[in-house]
Design a protein around this ligand. Structure first.
Ligand SMILES: *Cc1c(COP(=O)(O)O)cnc(C)c1O
Length: 351
């Protein structure tokens, strides 16, 4: 059992529920490297269908799903474009360069929000032997380091309209696309329609212990399957994990709205206690980023002070405390966390 009374470090800290564990224990399995695991196949077909693409591939992590997607679209020495807070350039440890010889250029996006002129201004195609060719634009939805922001569909459409005639592919890092879908009401497939490949995670808010998928055309996924094995991601009787994903899709998607409501409730309470530390209007999903600048606390001090009371948060940079809601934080734990954080915010440490 966790020692935390409210573990808001990340939505990855969830433990499989008893019912999910039962579904895992019951799963039919086979050797998935030979394509013989029926539960993995069922999961792949289900997620491809949900996202309106031809095929999907189960991967051990979201980073691998992203890296397979990037690999498919960008040849060594070519470039991808993404915003400077994107997971693919900040949190995948240089994998695109280390494994695939991909260079990256970034634009600056306040709160991670996509503004079409930013990527469009960076596109470079047909520059032959003189400059680096752009092969891919990556969009993250929801945006993790941006604070769980939902990307507007109109902005995605505009970028797609600009990239398509220039032969530039688009990849969606949809680790939290489920949250975007639940918050906005936009269908998963409506988001996914604008991308050549999409990655989604089962191990964030959906609460599965492991697992992500890459979705795309049948040809793209067949090639990704080869690269997955090459990257060391071929897995055997992995239907046990796929069963957790299927269970999560059945039971843990719509409930993300509860996480969003709790995050919103917390943001309002924080804004009351320390005006200006967070604008509740910007809290669109399950992540609250509290700016500590005018609170008298540094993020590290605040993390330590809330930890002493059994609440775990994450110091996300020199001026920000990040708190993420998920299925192991209920209303009572939320009330408790609100009480701890607001009490500390009101009792500013004397400088
Ligand atoms: C968590 C996450 C991933 C994948 O992370 P893994 O830890 O490799 O599963 C990818 N993109 C975003 C935006 C994420 O938050």
């Amino acid at each position: 059992m966790t020692l935390w009374r409210a573990d808001l470090l990340s939505d990855t800290v969830t433990r499989p529920t008893p019912a999910m564990r039962q579904a895992m224990a019951r799963a039919e399995v086979g050797d998935d490297v030979f394509g013989e695991d029926p539960t993995v196949q069922a999961l792949q077909e289900r997620v491809a269908g949900l996202l309106g693409h031809e095929a999907a591939l189960f991967t051990p992590s979201g980073s691998m799903a992203n890296q397979l997607g990037l690999r498919l679209h960008v040849r060594p020495g070519e470039e991808l474009l993404c915003d400077s807070l994107a997971h693919v350039v900040r949190a995948e440890l240089g994998a695109a360069a280390a494994f695939s010889g991909i260079t990256s250029r970034t634009w600056t996006a306040p709160r991670g929000l996509l503004d079409p002129p930013d990527p469009i201004a960076l596109l470079q195609t047909g520059v032959g032997p003189y400059q680096v060719c752009t092969s891919l634009v990556v969009v993250e939805n929801t945006h993790n380091f941006g604070g769980g922001t939902v990307q507007p569909l109109w902005a995605i459409r505009q970028v797609r309209a600009a990239t398509r005639p220039r032969g530039v592919a688009m990849h969606l890092d949809g680790a939290r696309l489920w949250n975007a879908h639940v918050a906005s009401g936009v269908a998963l497939a409506e988001y996914a329609a604008h991308f050549d490949t999409v990655s989604v995670c089962l191990s964030k808010g959906l609460g599965a212990p492991v697992g992500s998928l890459l979705v795309g055309s049948a040809d793209a996924i067949a090639e990704a399957r080869i690269w997955r094995k090459r990257f060391g991601g071929g897995m055997r009787q992995v239907g046990i994990l796929a069963a957790a994903g299927l269970y999560a899709l059945d039971h843990h998607v719509e409930r993300l709205a509860d996480d969003h409501a709790r995050a919103q409730r917390a943001a309002r309470a924080f804004a009351d206690a320390a005006p200006g530390c967070v604008d509740p209007e910007t809290v669109e999903t399950n992540i609250v980023v509290l700016t500590t600048t005018d609170t008298g606390w540094s993020p590290a001090e605040l993390v330590a002070a809330v930890a002493a009371k059994g609440v775990r948060g994450y110091a996300a940079g020199p001026e920000a405390l990040r708190l993420a809601w998920h299925l192991d934080v209920d209303d009572a734990a939320t009330d408790y966390a609100i009480d701890v954080v607001t009490t500390l915010l009101r009792a500013r440490p004397t400088p």
